[in-house]
Design a protein around this ligand. Structure first.
Ligand code: GCU
Length: 363
């Protein structure tokens, strides 16, 4: 058993063992352990996300009924959060929904830019495949630089001591959940088929978002790598010590100063991925992306099958070998593909994710 042997060599912490040493045997046990895992992941890495704001409303900025030859309606809105202390934070969200459809599956893409279309957001192709897209530019939520406590970071950390501040990945995930709140009030969206997607650092963000918000039926992680879908143990390319040196602002301070330097941490990234079960996990890797380490992303995706099994599900169905470029494993509840070439969110990746989602979407 090639994959099981690889996983055994890594000697991963047991996600199915409670802190008190008891073993998870049933789904009921897992539901309890799941709360511990949520806590471990947040307290040690990303920070503990606060609840939704006191009030949330979307203010329409403009609407274009003729988007992509009239095949979709596009709207730009400002999503406005009001907090208990009367502070207000707003950020722009763009969405487009194919017209003349009753129950439209949707994907929330957390993106690096506001442009629609964008190199990572092939708008017309996605419309043609019958998906609604919601998107925001992460930099409008809080800036992606160290020592910049701006945007929502300021609101969400206002009443916390420094050591307990949440990192920016958690801030972007919190914003994605607010978009999900807004989506709930849009009648034509198929609420059972909503995905959250992101590339690279925003793939890490998409995974955290889906892990903590069960309303997302699919988590799409594209080349998310270190602190995303890749396991820290045995990983090539980027490791905890490197990511925290360059991007300390992504994490809780405890992770940067303390946990990331310890080889024996009590968790690994399969803890994060296990929280997505029994919903669908879609992981895409690029063959030349050694910084993210495709094999590590693959092993982590295989590892969480043990949690899907508790739900009577298969998780990822895969052959007992390392993936090769061109592989796309689609038969189980989860998806993995390895694309040729470099770190990028390509049309090819999108097609793999949509082919998988199409299997579950009733039209
Ligand atoms: C850097 C970082 C990665 C991250 C990537 C990205 O390379 O080290 O962890 O995924 O940026 O977001 O593009």
């Amino acid at each position: 058993m090639f994959i099981q042997e690889k996983l055994r060599e890594l000697d991963l912490p047991d996600v199915l063992k409670f802190k008190n040493g008891a073993q998870v045997k049933t789904l009921e046990d897992w539901e309890k352990r799941r709360d511990e895992v949520k806590q471990i992941i947040q307290e040690n890495m990303y920070g503990v996300l606060p609840p939704r704001p006191l009030h949330l409303r979307a203010e329409e900025i403009n609407s274009d009924a003729g988007f992509c030859a009239g095949k979709a309606t596009l709207k730009n809105v400002s999503l406005i959060s009001t907090f208990n202390d009367d502070d207000i934070f707003s950020f722009p969200v763009t969405y487009f929904i194919p017209v003349n459809r009753k129950s439209v599956p949707a994907i929330l893409l957390i993106n690096f830019r506001s442009d629609v279309p964008d190199k990572y957001l092939p708008a017309e192709e996605l419309i043609d495949r019958g998906y609604a897209i919601f998107t925001f530019n992460y930099a409008n939520v809080t800036s992606d630089t160290p020592d910049s406590p701006d945007g929502i970071y300021r609101n969400l950390n206002k009443h916390r001591e420094k050591s307990k501040c949440i990192g920016k990945i958690a801030c972007w995930a919190w914003a994605a959940m607010r978009v999900m709140d807004m989506i709930q009030s849009i009648g034509c969206i198929d609420k059972r088929n909503i995905a959250v997607a992101g590339h690279s650092r925003l793939g890490k963000t998409a995974l955290l978002t889906a892990a903590l918000d069960d309303r997302f039926a699919y988590a799409i992680s594209n080349d998310s790598g270190c602190c995303g879908a890749s396991l820290e143990r045995g990983k090539g390319g980027e490791r905890h010590s490197m990511i925290t040196a360059t991007f300390p602002h992504w994490f809780t301070p405890k992770f940067v100063t303390d946990i990331s330097k310890n080889a024996e941490i009590e968790f690994d990234q399969h803890f994060l991925l296990s929280l997505i079960a029994p919903r669908h996990l879609l992981v895409g890797s690029a063959a030349e992306d050694s910084w993210a380490d495709p094999m590590s992303e693959y092993l982590c995706t295989c590892k969480v099958n043990e949690v899907y099994a508790l739900y009577g599900k298969k998780g990822l169905e895969h052959p007992d070998r390392a993936p090769v470029p061109g592989d796309s494993f689609d038969d189980g509840d989860n998806h993995y593909h390895l694309r040729a070439w470099k770190h990028y969110l390509s049309r090819e990746d999108w097609n793999r994710y949509l082919d998988f989602m199409d299997k579950y979407v009733n039209r």
